[in-house]
Design a protein around this ligand. Structure first.
Ligand SMILES: [Zn+2]
Length: 425
């Protein structure tokens, strides 16, 4: 259980957890560290790292020395937009400093060219966006438009297949920029609860919690090793006891993107089921995802996502959850929890949740309803999708409702002990 040795609490949790947070999006991690190598421009060319920018041009109103006022402010035209190798090449007729930002779900890179027109890239009769199909390992397609007439701004949107770090570099040829991409590498910390002198809870057949958490954590590690974009750090890989502070320090020091702590619960023998804990609102979406995936495979009662203040999820600085897979004090849960097949399933569910949270495998964390999207696109015929043209934030995972929580002890649900076999998957 997460309380033993964490903060002295006995696992009760009075918090209602109703927290309609619209906080920052934990899914993207740090997306886009747009560098501006070689940029000698004067307006701080980009704002990479922003995952919830409204996509409006920012800081892009100053021209590279241009002095146009009123009316159209274009001093430059787009003269090249093409794929060259793995790079995107952008050239303009006069010096402008592109302004970049990112949007998430799905991940997009937005490049605004201030004081610019589409030039020869305009299509007669087309006032809205123009699509460009490309063959590129990371880019689905490119869209561009005359985003604004006053000030005159060209917007280029790269619809990405996946989250990628990118860099905008002024090439040797003047007025030419290259967008290049790097494989994004995420760091995930997997914490097997307890260890060594701290056995954790004692199960109904006198097995130790630490001997459940370790194999599950090691299985998660093995699965994540197969994902090249994830670097996994373990708080322990054997029967050792890193202190809770050690575990927090490991994650924070590594600037990890996600943290998950694996535990087994303990209370009255009649109580059974899976609980997932978060402490801060930036962890809610990850907690929901872990909980959903794990309860799907355990077949145990769903005891909800709950808020609690366990040190390892309170003091880590990235989205962090503590998973209580099942109750070691319950005979049915306990018997399952020490079987290899059950542990394999739980580990696979945890790994899947981690990958989905990080947006690996191209699965958006949340899918917009088709109807609203159609409407939005109609309304903004001139410019891209609604999320790129309005202040509407697209980082929505945190708005996923958190079920209200009771105490860790007993709810009416607990009487549902009639569970039998696991669903066959
Ligand atoms: Zn524990």
């Amino acid at each position: 259980n997460g309380s033993t040795g964490t903060n002295g609490s006995t696992g009760t949790n009075g918090s209602a957890g109703t927290n309609g947070s619209t906080g920052t999006n934990g899914s993207a991690g740090s997306s886009g560290t747009a560098g501006s190598t070689g940029n000698t421009g004067s307006n701080g060319a980009n704002s990479g790292g922003s995952t919830s920018s409204d996509g409006k041009p920012s800081g892009g109103t100053s021209s590279g020395g241009g002095t146009s006022q009123g009316g159209t402010s274009a001093t430059s035209a787009l003269t090249k937009l093409e794929v060259s190798g793995d790079e995107i090449i952008i050239r303009t007729s006069a010096d402008v400093v592109p302004v970049t930002s990112t949007l998430s779900s799905p991940f997009r890179i937005v490049i605004d060219l201030p004081n610019s027109t589409l030039g020869a890239y305009a299509k007669p009769g087309v006032t809205g966006q123009i699509e460009m199909q490309v063959q590129h390992p990371k880019i689905e397609k490119i869209r561009y438009s005359q985003y604004s007439d006053n000030p005159s701004t060209v917007r280029i949107v790269l619809d990405m297949k996946q989250n990628s770090d990118y860099q905008l570099t002024e090439t040797k040829a003047t007025k030419q920029w290259a967008v290049s991409f790097q494989d994004k590498k995420y760091t995930v910390v997997v914490d097997a609860g307890h260890g060594d002198s701290d056995p954790g809870a004692m199960s109904i057949t006198s097995r130790k919690e630490k001997d459940f958490t370790l194999p599950v954590a090691n299985k998660v590690y093995k699965l994540l090793q197969m994902e090249p974009s994830i670097k996994t750090l373990m708080t322990r890989t054997g029967d050792t006891y890193p202190t809770l502070q050690d575990r927090v320090d490991l994650a924070n020091g590594a600037k990890a993107d996600l943290f998950i702590s694996i535990h087994g619960n303990s209370f009255k023998p009649t109580i059974s089921g899976t609980e997932t804990y978060y402490s801060r609102s930036d962890s809610i979406s990850f907690a929901n995802l872990v909980h959903k995936k794990v309860t799907e495979v355990t077949g145990l009662p769903d005891r909800d996502v709950r808020k609690s203040d366990f040190k390892v999820i309170r003091e880590t600085t990235m989205p962090a959850v503590l998973l209580e897979v099942g109750y070691l004090s319950n005979a049915i849960d306990e018997a399952l929890m020490y079987t290899e097949t059950f542990q394999d399933r739980v580990a696979a569910a945890i790994a899947a949740a981690i990958k989905e949270q990080l947006n690996i495998s191209g699965m958006p964390v949340e899918v917009k309803s088709a109807s609203s999207q159609t409407t939005q696109q109609k309304e903004s015929s001139k410019v891209m999708t609604a999320s790129e043209s309005s202040a509407a934030k697209t980082t929505v995972p945190d708005s996923t409702p958190v079920k209200s929580t009771g105490t860790a002890a007993d709810t009416t649900k607990d009487s549902a002990q009639g569970k039998t076999a696991l669903p066959v998957k």
